[in-house]
Design a protein around this ligand. Structure first.
Ligand SMILES: CCC(=O)SCCNC(=O)CCNC(=O)[C@H](O)C(C)(C)COP(=O)(O)OP(=O)(O)OC[C@H]1O[C@@H](n2cnc3c(N)ncnc32)[C@H](O)[C@@H]1OP(=O)(O)O
Length: 300
């Protein structure tokens, strides 16, 4: 990449990081440290990250099978740490978010929820998870939620923080919040409206409807139904195969694609166009561009 291209690339990355910082600072006066201490008091499970350097695909696994992969407090902290690691993975192209042991995620750990059921702590937890999931969605990597088994409550919200949702034939996404006397607070409602439209979002949230793969596909919530069952062990290879069609080519180009889509999705048009120009500058005249020009391709 030329010196100019590298400078423009740094500018584009700075812009995305500034957006993320703006999200992180948009709180109602709570300190991140206070949140972290509270969450650390509810340990259990883990969030694991495996970067597959050959393919450029990372696996992010929500791992708390004894509680159907519910998020303990320490897992919320780990998720933030994993997202931070992915933000700087320059060789990466994509991330698959999955649950351990054949089920996706049953939301927040109800034991932790009971212990922090006061509004102040609830708001802090909500802000923390909103910020983390916003950063997950803004990663310069193509993200896929692989829904095997159930995605409930915060688990359903987590699926909306990915670019795509794939579901096994027996998978279920359910925003059960209303049954809990809640609404989504991890950003899941705002994202759901953008994915399926306000009419469908209202139906899913007010009815706490179970979304099966076919209904999900019709609504546009599910991008592909994988023809395998949860826990069979081959859902991941199906997902990787599906993802393969979108991640051919060098990582800088895939990351540039994701960046222009994020800015188009989130910024006012003039700012999105400005970001698009900056990102364009990072690939124009770059190795992949020069190689393609030398090959004189025909796009038949
Ligand atoms: C952000 C807002 C939120 O996320 S609020 C939380 C929303 N989630 C929920 O309400 C899920 C409640 N759980 C359930 O409905 C069921 O456990 C589901 C997931 C359908 C599984 O049912 P089933 O296959 O019969 O298994 P089970 O109930 O015996 O569960 C196995 C063990 O896992 C536990 N578990 C499950 N979900 C949670 C959770 N969210 N928090 C804490 N623990 C959870 C169950 O309690 C059960 O544990 P144990 O074996 O009884 O010790």
């Amino acid at each position: 990449m030329s010196v100019c291209g590298a400078a423009r690339c740094r500018g584009a990355v700075r812009r995305i990081l500034q957006q993320n910082r703006a999200v992180c600072s948009h709180t109602s006066g709570s300190t991140p440290e206070g949140i972290r201490e509270k969450l650390q008091a509810f340990p259990g499970g883990s969030v694991e990250l495996q970067k597959q350097r050959d393919s450029g695909v990372a696996l992010l696994t929500v791992n708390n099978p004894a509680r159907m992969n519910a998020f303990s407090g320490s897992m919320m902290l780990e998720l933030e740490q994993r997202v931070r690691e992915l933000e700087t993975w320059t060789e990466g192209k994509a991330v698959i978010v999955q649950g351990a042991a054949g089920t996706f995620c049953s939301g927040s750990d109800l034991n932790a929820v009971r212990a922090i059921a006061n509004p102040h702590d609830g708001m802090k937890m909500c802000e923390f998870m909103q910020n983390t999931l916003t950063r997950l969605l803004r990663l310069p990597l193509i993200s896929v939620a692989l829904v095997e088994g159930r995605a409930l409550g915060g688990g359903a919200e987590l699926t909306t923080a990915c670019d795509f949702r794939l579901m096994t034939s027996d998978g279920v996404i359910q925003f059960v919040h209303k049954h809990m006397g809640l609404v989504p607070g991890w950003g899941g409602a705002a994202r759901l409206v953008r994915i399926v439209g306000s009419q469908n979002a209202l139906k899913l949230l007010s009815g706490a409807k179970k979304v099966d793969p076919d209904t999900g596909k019709q609504m546009g919530l599910v991008d592909e139904v994988l023809h395998c069952s949860s826990g069979e062990g081959n859902a991941l290879s199906h997902a990787e195969r599906w993802l393969g069609q979108f991640i051919q080519g060098p990582a800088p180009v895939i990351q540039a694609v994701k960046r222009v889509v994020v800015s188009g999705r989130e910024l006012p048009l003039d700012e999105a166009l400005q970001t698009e120009r900056s990102v364009f500058g990072t690939v124009w005249g770059g190795p992949a561009n020069l190689e393609a020009l030398a090959l004189k391709p025909k796009h038949k």
